[in-house]
Design a protein around this ligand. Structure first.
Ligand SMILES: NC(=O)c1ccc[n+]([C@@H]2O[C@H](COP(=O)([O-])OP(=O)(O)OC[C@H]3O[C@@H](n4cnc5c(N)ncnc54)[C@H](OP(=O)(O)O)[C@@H]3O)[C@@H](O)[C@H]2O)c1
Length: 381
């Protein structure tokens, strides 16, 4: 199969990317089931494993420089009509290079299908800074007006660049500048939970991180009372990618003018909303129910303590203060209208899956499946 009949995907070794690839490979949709997937991966070991487990439906392409190697990205992407960038959303130049490659594709193949980029981003891009700036606890973004969201992101990033937001705005702006030659849509995802189904990393980031904090300290934390998150199960998110691919491949207009794109091109795969304190409460409930807490030196009752921004940045976000504030204090409510209305997306992993995830995450931490074992969390190793 020639590259033009394939889809190019990044992130196959990741939590989201691995699950998206798995759902595409298992899809029974006629336009998808015979496709092959070219996968950009950074190591030979990953390439070998993907090839040996998944066989001919995948073609791993070694990409040692990753998202930092823009020349290679442009060259490679210029062979494709559809790129799914579900690796890290935090490398602006790398993400934008896919648009440049697809623009070359469009120029060299003017009678061919309009190239699309599906690019991942995340809700911290929308977070305010209630601790160091003004708080907007009642603000809700709605992807029904993607252009308003894009403009908000663009202005926010002009004032204060934040890598994942710079990447999101950069991709949409670059695609807009191609005058319709390339279409890009950003999946600005909320908190993602649940077990992934890829071949490599199957764990999320946020619930495991918070569970580890709670078990280590014996209490939860908060930076304020209003921080919120919407959430989506990783498999429901993967289903949305399948729907997008199907829409692009099957519609005569290739989804152009139907799927919002470029400066209107933002989709929120958001299912339900919680306060950060409620997430902490679920972590505490599962740890107390399982008898993991309290320990001898931890609070006897369930506590969510008000802590400092720097402390959380140092412990959880590698010292990055903006990420800590936008994530753990920020208001970033997302109303997801577009995916349900235009694509018929109908998430099935709802409240019960959300609640069960806290039990599963505690168990995974206890069984040493979260990188750090519970023993090391609680200082016994
Ligand atoms: N997980 C969440 O809750 C969440 C929530 C909102 C948004 N997101 C967005 O989703 C993205 C992916 O998240 P994830 O949970 O799937 O992360 P993950 O499991 O850590 O996977 C990251 C993937 O990106 C690849 N990657 C990382 N840095 C790269 C680079 N410089 N060049 C090329 N490839 C690189 C990794 O490849 P290697 O295996 O080679 O390292 C891996 O395949 C995030 O970056 C973020 O933008 C995630």
């Amino acid at each position: 199969m020639s590259p033009s009949n394939s889809i190019l995907l990044t992130g196959a070794t990741g939590y989201v990317g691995g699950t998206v690839l798995d759902h595409l490979l298992k899809s029974k949709v006629p336009s998808i089931k015979n496709l092959s997937f070219d996968l950009l991966v950074r190591t030979q070991a990953a390439a070998d494993k993907l090839r040996s487990v998944l066989g001919d439906c995948v073609n791993p392409i070694l990409w040692p420089g990753g998202l930092g190697d823009t020349d290679s990205i442009i060259k490679i992407a210029s062979n494709y009509d559809l790129v799914i960038n579900v690796g890290s959303g935090f490398v602006p130049s790398g993400s934008q290079a896919f648009v440049s490659g697809l623009a070359q594709r469009a120029a060299s193949n003017p009678s061919g299908p309009t190239p699309w980029l599906l690019n991942i981003a995340g809700c911290t891009n929308l977070g305010d800074k209630p601790l160091t700036q003004t708080s907007h606890p009642d603000r809700e973004f709605d992807d029904a007006d993607g252009n308003a969201v894009y403009e908000w992101l663009r202005c926010a990033d002009e004032r204060e660049p934040y890598p994942q937001r710079t990447a999101e705005v950069g991709v949409l702006t670059a695609a807009e500048a191609t005058d319709g030659a390339v279409h890009a849509v950003s999946l600005n995802t909320p908190l993602i939970f649940g077990a992934g189904t890829g071949l490599f990393n199957r764990q999320g980031i946020i619930i495991p991180t918070l569970m580890r904090y709670v078990v280590t300290h014996g209490y939860g934390f908060k930076l304020n009372e209003t921080a919120n998150f919407d959430w989506v199960h990783v498999e429901d998110l993967a289903d949305l990618y399948v729907l997008l691919v199907k829409t692009i491949l099957e519609r005569e207009d290739r989804g152009v003018g139907y799927i919002p794109s470029n400066k209107n091109g933002i989709i929120f795969p958001a299912v339900a909303r919680v306060l950060q304190t409620e997430i902490m409460q679920h972590c505490l409930d599962s740890a107390f129910d399982a008898g993991v807490l309290p320990r001898e030196n931890t609070p006897k009752n369930k506590e969510i303590r008000l802590v400092g921004l720097k402390e959380i940045a140092d412990e959880i976000t590698f010292g990055l203060m903006d990420m800590a504030e936008q994530g753990w204090a920020g208001n970033k409510a997302q109303k997801g209208t577009v995916a349900r209305k235009l694509l018929g997306w109908s998430p099935t992993r709802l409240e019960e899956a959300w609640r069960n995830d806290f039990v599963d995450e505690l168990e995974a931490l206890r069984d040493g499946k979260r990188g750090v074992t519970m023993e090391s969390c609680i200082g016994r190793k």
